[in-house]
Design a protein around this ligand. Structure first.
Ligand code: ATP
Ligand code: MG
Length: 747
């Protein structure tokens, strides 16, 4: 069996140990997924029926890839293995069994948007304020309950939940959960979380059904085990209870979905639930160069909460990790696109050997633009292309309609968004009248009094006045000022700002990022026509060149969250700046910081041969050019693994200077100095170092930091609970420190 020869001893042991519970918790790139794949192949080779094997993966794409590999060993038989994500596998089971729990077999699956729109309807019927009961918040709360297997009955009966909701001024939450659930049932629909919740219920209430699937799935495999939630864990446990042939693989250091209810506790529970458990350790990394593996180790050891692991590799040391410092986010985009362009040529690589990974979706814009300009194919994974996102389209629809009031599609998007009470029936009626009169809807709106009376007249007149005032803005201001005002005055920004869920924050950031892009457009020294019209034209041309590039050889752009389990020859982890990564929005506790650090660990361990980390020293955020400081994560990597390169706008830029972009390779004098300063700061902390209380820290105070040495406070910034100090350190220059983390002694 030749595939066994491509495994090391422990991997082989894991593959051959087919019976009984097995757990492998091991570092990135150590072959966990490969072990699962070959384990399935091995089972089939040993004569186990493919129908008796269940393999649960993080994405369906990962499942496909696995299947492909198994087919290479076992042939088409492999198709009969049940494989996919928890959601897809359980939805297949529910299709067969749903009648037993009161659902039709052709039940509908509601996606998140459907769910939220149902919640909106219920809120309206109940006369509940959707500013207090934000559909997103309500949805997330219900989702969290379901992922913990808590039914609405249990929810309502739980005094703690009820107290929480009262404290959050949402006492009706339990009732909403109940109504939402009843409406789903009435509609014969399940939301995503129901696919888990009802599978558990099915197995719990119907031992005969459970028994059937226990017999069917004699062997169970779970990849990315660290990110399973309570519902997933408990269903798997039930399925495995009879044969106890379950193999889970994962890496606690890569647990990055706590905010979605993933529970790392599952790893610890697994040992308790299966006392006969065989635990195997994989320590050799096959994916990355020594430099990358060591850097990843440097980073992850900073986390307190982790299981001990030694990861090493016999791969070559490889290149140092490149650190690019760019003057702005747009320059960061240009530098990286240009580097990809050059490395492709020089190293004979394809587009798909490159990935650009970022913390939040909104960062994709500058890279998309820069790659387009160099004609490099790319695909944005796990999210739509920036300009296709709903919130971006909504803003652009306003801008388009202001410039062209015949644009019906844009009109339909904005007339009742944010909500003004102009319903679908009214809109349809307006279109009919416009047709009859041989004119545009806008004309009709402008003379609304001549076609109707009543409550809607002032509403429509208000809308018309708004658009007219925007038209004036568009004619008198530059594109940024106009767009910024329109986004604010229309209520769009406010609506997004008030939504504090993870998705809501991302949408708000996306709109800010669009505005940043417009600001960058008007600030361009060579941009003569700074009008909104000129901007929209540029954007339309960009979007028009976008084609479906699914099958093409493309550079991958994605968030780190969606990069889990993947590997690329060259990886660019971008936006390594304080506030962005670690994300200021997410940073409320040490546990949050550790989750951000695990995310950083996931990011850097995706790289095989060459890793580049980049940061910008300034970035448009919230429509303003802000200066940024490099992320603390950069300092956690041993400086001898890093090669710092400072690039100014002049050393790259236009396409003419493109191929001569080797400015990046020779280390500039400035860069060398910076690295040196990092390697040997001439400061040793005093032994009796004790941090002071920083609540009275003031500009001008002299301070000492255990790592950065002596410095002086230059500025203090405070937004809400988050206080930061800009400190000029003697050895290092200015740094911005978050005071809740910074250990400082005041002198
Ligand atoms: P992650 O934690 O990122 O999911 P992993 O532990 O699942 O990583 P794999 O993706 O299975 O790691 O393996 C990483 C790379 O190393 C893959 O390209 C895989 O084919 C290769 N690899 C694993 N084991 C071996 C081996 N024994 N010999 C050669 N290559 C190997
Ligand atoms: Mg893997």
């Amino acid at each position: 069996m030749s595939y066994l020869d491509s495994l090391n001893d422990v991997q082989r042991q894991a593959v051959e140990q087919t019976d009984g519970p097995v757990m492998i918790i091991a570092g990135a790139g150590s072959g966990k997924t490969r072990v699962l794949t070959y384990r399935i192949a091995h089972l089939i080779q040993k004569g186990v029926e493919p129908f008796n094997i269940l393999s649960l993966t993080f994405t369906n794409k990962a499942a496909k890839e696995m299947q492909h590999r198994i087919q290479a060993v076992c042939g088409s038989e492999a198709r009969n293995v049940m494989m996919g994500t928890f959601h897809s596998v359980f939805s297949r089971i529910l299709r067969v069994e749903s009648q037993k729990i009161g659902f039709p077999s052709n039940f509908t699956i509601y996606d998140t948007e459907d769910s939220k729109s149902l919640l909106r309807t219920i809120l309206k019927e109940q006369n509940l304020d959707d500013k207090v009961y934000k559909p997103n918040t309500v949805f997330n709360r219900i989702s969290a309950a379901k992922n913990r297997l808590i039914s609405y009955k249990e929810y309502i009966a739980n005094p703690n939940y009820m107290a929480d909701d009262r404290a959050a001024l949402r006492p009706e939450m339990g009732k909403l959960y109940q109504m939402y659930q009843e409406r789903l049932i009435r509609a014969g629909a399940m939301d995503f979380d129901d696919l888990l919740f009802y599978t558990y219920k099915l197995f719990n209430e119907h031992p005969d059904v459970l028994n059937k699937y226990q017999h069917k799935f004699k062997y169970i495999m779970v990849d990315e085990f660290q990110d399973t939630n309570i519902a997933q864990y408990n269903i798997t446990k039930k399925l495995a209870a009879m044969n106890r042939n379950i193999c889970v693989v994962g890496d606690d250091a890569q647990s990055i979905y706590a905010f979605r209810g993933a529970d790392i506790q599952n790893i610890l529970n697994f040992e308790k639930d299966y006392p006969e458990l065989k635990v195997l350790k994989l320590e050799q990394n096959y994916r990355s160069t020594k430099t990358i593996v060591e850097a990843a180790n440097n980073v992850i050891t900073k986390n307190k909460a982790q299981l001990k692991k030694d990861v090493w590799t016999s791969n070559e040391s490889g290149e140092k990790i490149h650190v690019y410092r760019a003057a702005s986010d747009n320059e960061e985009g240009r530098i990286i696109a240009q580097t990809i362009f050059e490395n492709k040529m020089n190293m004979q690589l394809r587009n798909k050997d490159f990935a650009i990974l970022y913390r939040t979706n909104s960062q994709s814009r500058s890279f998309e633009e820069a790659l387009r300009k160099l004609n490099i194919n790319y695909k944005v994974v796990g999210g739509m292309s920036f300009y296709q996102r709903k919130e971006i389209k909504d803003v652009l629809a306003y801008l388009r309609f202001v410039l062209n009031d015949q644009d019906e599609q844009s009109f339909r998007r904005i007339v009742n968004f944010p909500k003004r009470g102009i319903g679908d029936t009214t809109i349809a009626k307006l279109f009919v009248i416009a047709d009859e009169q041989g004119t545009t809807v806008w004309d009709i709106l402008c003379n609304v009094k001549s076609i109707m009376t009543g409550r809607l007249v002032p509403v429509i007149e208000g809308f018309v006045d708004l658009i007219k005032s925007y038209k004036i803005l568009a004619n008198t201001k530059d594109a940024f000022e106009a767009a910024n005002e329109i986004a604010k005055q229309s209520g769009l920004l406010k609506e997004l700002y008030e939504d504090k869920t993870v998705e809501g924050i991302a949408r708000y950031e996306n709109v800010q990022e669009l505005l940043n892009g417009i600001k960058e457009f008007v600030d361009r020294p060579d941009q003569e026509d700074k009008s909104l019209g000129s901007y929209l034209q540029e954007i339309s041309l960009l979007t028009d060149t976008e084609k479906d590039k699914e099958d093409k050889d493309s550079v991958t752009l994605m968030t780190i969250h969606s990069a889990k389990g993947l590997e690329f020859n060259q990886v660019f982890v971008v936006g390594i700046e304080e506030d962005l990564f670690p994300s200021a929005m997410m940073l409320n506790s040490r546990a949050d910081l550790e989750e951000e650090r695990r995310l950083f660990y996931v990011a850097i361990t995706r790289a095989e041969k060459r890793l580049t980390l980049s940061f910008a020293t300034s970035r448009y955020r919230f429509g303003q050019l802000k200066s940024c400081s490099p992320s603390r994560f950069l300092e956690e990597i041993d400086p001898r693994h890093l090669q710092m390169t400072s690039i100014t706008a002049n050393s790259i830029g236009s396409q003419e200077s493109g191929p001569a972009f080797s400015g990046i390779k020779p280390k500039t004098a400035a860069a060398t100095v910076q690295v040196k300063a990092k390697v040997a700061p001439a400061y040793t902390p005093s032994e009796d170092f004790k941090p002071s209380d920083t609540s009275n820290l003031m500009i001008g105070m002299k301070v000492e930091h255990p790592k950065f040495g002596y410095g002086e406070v230059k500025n203090i910034q405070s937004n809400g609970t988050d206080r930061k100090a800009v400190i000029d350190f003697k050895n290092l220059g200015e740094k911005t420190l978050i005071l809740s983390f910074a250990k400082l002694r005041i002198h």
